[in-house]
Design a protein. Structure first.
Length: 133
């Protein structure tokens, strides 16, 4: 279902993709597969973010973060934290964004993420910190 959903997303059939991802989410949750569940939630969040449904995307990414923390998949955790930071800037959730941005930087550095991603995360964090006070 996740593979099908990703194909549907690429074809810009996002409603169908979300339907398939929700089915997969239920199955992964039922089976206790935290890594795939987190990935599924993150993919849903990416679709919602592209549709400018930022609050919904943020909530799904926060759920995905919890799944990723329990899965040991640090690269996916770093990506999830990065996405949360970006969404916090868009939605004005400054304090949460600063917290998650700092965690994202730590995880991104640990995973030796590409320079561009690290640089973007630092920029997002600086922007959030500017608005914090």
């Amino acid at each position: 279902q996740v593979g099908l959903a990703r194909c549907l997303k690429l074809l810009n059939r996002t409603d169908e993709a979300l339907t398939e991802l929700r089915k997969a989410e239920r199955e992964f949750g039922r089976l206790g597969l935290m890594g795939p569940l987190g990935s599924c939630l993150g993919t849903q969040a990416n679709i919602l973010s592209a549709q400018q449904r930022y609050d919904e995307a943020l909530e799904l990414n926060l759920k995905a973060e919890q799944c990723m923390r329990g899965s040991g998949q640090r690269v996916w955790l770093a990506t999830c934290l990065f996405n949360i930071t970006r969404l916090c800037l868009v939605t004005g959730r400054v304090s949460l964004g600063v917290e998650k941005g700092r965690q994202a930087l730590e995880e991104l550095e640990h995973c030796q993420a590409p320079y561009q991603m690290l640089s973007t995360c630092r920029r997002l964090l600086a922007e959030l910190e500017k608005h914090q006070y």
